[in-house]
Design a protein around this ligand. Structure first.
Ligand code: TYD
Ligand code: MG
Length: 423
């Protein structure tokens, strides 16, 4: 019966609209009224930040991440925190009871959070017309299927069609829609990669499942900057915001250890002090191993070559292991100097004082290059009690007004840094 009904519906668009009948005409750009639509501000500062300052009405946000990382938890927390607005949480993966159990765990209650366990988009839109939610959450897009497409849920064509239907609904009603999407380690599952082009914002939820920290990263945002990150901790009562991430990313040390340095990184608009650990030891079996976790392996090789050529360190016969503490993944070139010093500190077995940090890029000629927003980095380092920060002398221009009681040391060549620290 159900199937027959849906086939009859096939003539209509899934989310029917009045406006599609009227073809658009070109408008002079000066005549277009632009109202800055107020965003929904969520109770989570981290989420607001990665969205570029709250949820934009009518936007489509995709939250991708490996299974078990905490996507459903984050979405349910969001749904439960919107007391004033009706939120519809559609789940194609879990039963109402399972979701209720999670809500109990989170210890939050809301009269305006509605759960719909459904996978057919046509049925979802029927319920939406009745409930008229202010925000829609779909968990997950891979479980949804539209009667307009023959293939199975989770296939590329289904995922694409369902997303297109949700986009149409979002744009026509101004309702923000959150789509949860799974990605496997291999990135094989149909979904997020195809979807990235269709949605407005892509958030990537990542972290080491064995550690409790979770990082939410903006990889695409039509309404704000990308490369913003938000940091959470997974606790027994759901995700907790981490407001001072630098503190958690730097491990507590009892004694000075060689191979450990701190880099003043910048993720989006936010400065982050990151601990880098290396272990350099003579290669025992033929080809030396290079392994890096959380840092680009190619960049590490490049820096090792610079150290070999410009610093005269014979690293070619050494195994090099590099690790960014806290399970975080970083791309900021300003960490180059911290990485180089970490490697040499381990190689020479000479610890670096715990109150020194680094913020500079290293060029192929061994030159210490300037990095952006140096002042933010310096003030974050100062806030956390660092006494010295090593930067490029070419950053000087930006420093004129920096007061503070952190000593800013400027260098032009990596060899000068070596003589300062190890000489
Ligand atoms: P979940 O949100 O279901 O992940 P996803 O939707 O991305 O697959 O949650 C993942 C893990 O988090 C799960 O193993 C249980 C754990 N968890 C907690 O540690 N504390 C909590 O309060 C909740 C709700 C979950
Ligand atoms: Mg889930």
């Amino acid at each position: 019966m159900e199937e027959v009904l849906q086939k009859e519906d096939k003539e209509k668009t899934p989310w029917k609209s009045q406006s599609t009948q009227v073809a658009n005409k070109p408008q002079a750009i000066n005549s277009i009224n632009f109202e800055d639509q107020p965003r929904y501000i969520t109770s989570s500062k981290e989420l607001n930040r990665v969205l570029g300052g709250g949820i934009v009405p009518g936007s489509l946000v995709l939250i991708g991440g490996e299974p078990g990382i905490g996507k459903s938890t984050l979405m349910l927390q969001l749904a439960l925190a919107f007391g004033k607005h009706k939120v519809m949480y559609v789940s194609g993966e879990e039963s109402g009871q399972q979701i209720k159990m999670r809500a109990e765990r989170l210890g939050r209650k809301s009269d305006n959070c509605f759960i719909l366990t459904e996978t057919s988009t046509q049925n979802i839109f029927k319920q939406i017309e009745i409930l008229e939610p202010a925000i829609l959450i779909v968990d997950s897009i891979q479980t949804m299927s539209s009667a307009f497409i023959e293939s199975a849920a989770g296939s590329i064509s289904q995922v694409r069609e369902c997303t297109a239907e949700f986009i149409k609904y979002a744009k026509e009603t101004g309702t923000p829609v959150f789509l949860v999407g799974h990605i496997t380690k291999e990135g094989t599952l149909a979904g997020p990669k195809v979807l990235e082009h269709m949605v407005d914002t892509v958030l990537q939820f990542e972290g080491d499942r064995h550690l409790t920290y979770r990082i939410i990263r903006t990889t695409k945002n039509r309404f704000g900057s990308t490369s913003e990150i938000g940091i959470y901790e997974m606790t027994g009562e759901g995700l907790r915001e981490v407001t001072n991430p630098s503190e958690i990313l730097i491990s507590q040390r009892e004694e000075a250890l060689s191979g450990i340095t701190i880099g003043a990184s910048l993720e989006g608009t936010r400065p982050l002090l990151i601990e880098i650990q290396s272990l350099v030891s003579p290669a025992t079996y033929g080809t030396p191993q290079r392994s890096s976790t959380g840092f680009d392996g190619k960049r590490l090789n490049m820096l090792l070559a610079v150290l070999e050529k410009r610093g005269g360190f014979r690293l070619g016969i050494q195994d090099v292991f590099l690790n960014i503490a806290g399970g975080i993944r970083v791309e900021d070139p300003a960490l180059d100097l911290a990485v180089c010093i970490s490697v040499i500190s381990s190689f020479e077995d000479m610890p670096i004082a715990a109150d020194i940090c680094f913020a500079a890029e290293v060029g192929l000629g061994g030159e210490i290059r300037a990095v952006n927003r140096i002042e933010n980095r310096i003030s974050e380092a100062e806030k956390l009690g660092f006494k010295k920060i090593f930067i490029s002398k070419f950053n000087k221009a930006g420093l004129l007004k920096h007061p503070g009681n952190i000593k800013v040391m400027e260098f032009g060549k990596i060899s000068d840094v070596f003589s300062e620290l190890f000489g």
